[in-house]
Write a protein that binds this ligand. Sequence first.
Ligand SMILES: [Zn+2]
Length: 473
Amino acid sequence: MLVRLSFRAAARSFFTASALLLGLAAAAAQTPPPARPARKADLDPHIVAALKAVSAAQIKADIVKLVSFYNRSTLSPATPEAIQSGRGIGAAREWIQAEFERYSKECGGCLEVKTESYVQPPGERVQSPTEIVDVYAVLKGTDEANAGRIVLVTGHYDSRNSDNYNTTDAAPGANDDASGTAVSLECARVLSKHKFPATIIFLAVAGEEQGLYGSKHFAEMAKAEKWELEAVLDNDIVGGNKTPGDKLQDPSIVRVFSEGVPDAASDRDLRLLRALGGENDSSSRELARYIRETSRTYLSGPFGPKLIFRRDRYLRGGDHTAFNDAGFAAVRFTEYREDFNHQHQNVRTENGIEYGDLPKFVDYDYVANVARLNAATLASLASAPAPPATVRLLTRNLENDSTLTWEPSPGGLAAGYEVVWRATTAPYWENVVPVGNVTRYTLKQSKDNVIFAVRAVDNSGHRSLPVVPLPER
Ligand SMILES: [Zn+2]
C-alpha cells in the first residue's frame, strides 16, 4: 500500500510542479516535488467541453440498439433481407454507419464515413468465405502539416454466444463489445463538434470473436499505406459489469493493458532493448502512461485507469494486438473485474445463475467515464505537436552527465520541449524539465541510473507522446 501511494504522489508531481521545483528536482532527483492539483490554465476548453457532452443516456441507447440486432455474429446473415429484418451483423453495421453519418450531418459534413471490407477465406472459426466489414469515420485534421498524423479509437461490434457457429439464438454482447463500440460512437459524437490539427479515426470492427480478423485487415491496410498512426485505443468489455452481489467490482477502475516487449520488434530491436533495459518502454507503454497523465489532468472524481504492464489479460488477446503486430502503439481498455457468466454465453438461467451478456448488467455511467478518458486522450494527442524526431542519447564519451539531442517536432506546432525521466524501477515518469525551444540538452543525471524521454509541447500546454532516445556513439 505504501509503495502504491508513493507512486501516485510521484506521478502527480510530474504533472503539476512548476519549472522552479522541477529545476530543484533535477538537482536532487531522489526527492520529487510535492503533489499539487493540475493547474486550470493547462486545461484545453475544447476538451473540457467535449468531455462534458459525453452522455450515459446516449451510450445506453447505443448499447440497447446494438443488442436489438439479436445476434451480431460475424457469421450471421448480412443479406438485404436480413438487414431489412433488423437482425444480424449486416443490420448492425448499417446502423453504425448511419449513426456516424448522422453525427457528420450535425457538424456540416465534418466526418468522412467509410467501410473497409474483404472476404475471409475458411480458416480458424470460419467455415465458409465470409465478408468482414469494418465501419469507420474520419475527423480530418485541420492543420495541413499535421493532418497526416492519426489517432484511433476502436471497439468490435460483432458478438457471439456459447457456440461460435450459432447465428440464430440470442448473442446480445452488451458488454462484449457493444460497450466498446458505444465508446467509439460517443467519442465521434462529442469530438466531431470540435476541430483538431491532427486526424482522429473512430472505428468499429467485425470478426474479433473468430480471430481479430477485422482489426488485422485494418492494421495491415494502415501499415501498407504507411499511415502515421500514433495511437490506437481499443475498448473491449468496458461495461463495468454489475452482477447483483458482486462486491469486488470496482467502478472507479478501468484497466489499460500495454505490451512491454513489442510484438513487432526485430532481432536487432530485441538486442538493443536487452542492452538498454528497454523492456518497459515500448511505444504502447508510453501511450498507457500518457492515458494515465491525461486522466489526472481532465477527469475529476475517483474514476481512472489502472495500468497493467502486460499485453492483455493472462493468455488472452484482443484487437489492439493486431495493431501491435503491425508495429503501432496500441492499448486495451477493459473493466476491472470481468464476469464470465456474462461473456460468450447463451442467455439462460441455471441453478439460479443468470447467464448471458445482457444490457441489465451494464453500468452506463461507467461506460461514460471510459468514453471520457478515451475522448480526452484522443483530443489531447490530436491537439498536440508531433513527437520530436530522431531522439538520441550521446554515448561517445564515458561521463556521468547525460546529453540528449533531437530533431524538431515535424509539423510546426511545437513551442518547446520537455525532458522527462524516472528511476529504472519506477512505473511512471517522475521528473520533467522544460528545456525551451532547443534540440540539445545536458542533465546532471547518469544515463546508467534512469530512463529519459523527450516530448514536444505547444503554447497551450498540449504535450506529444514522449520518445525514449536511442544511443548515439
Ligand atoms: Zn470482445
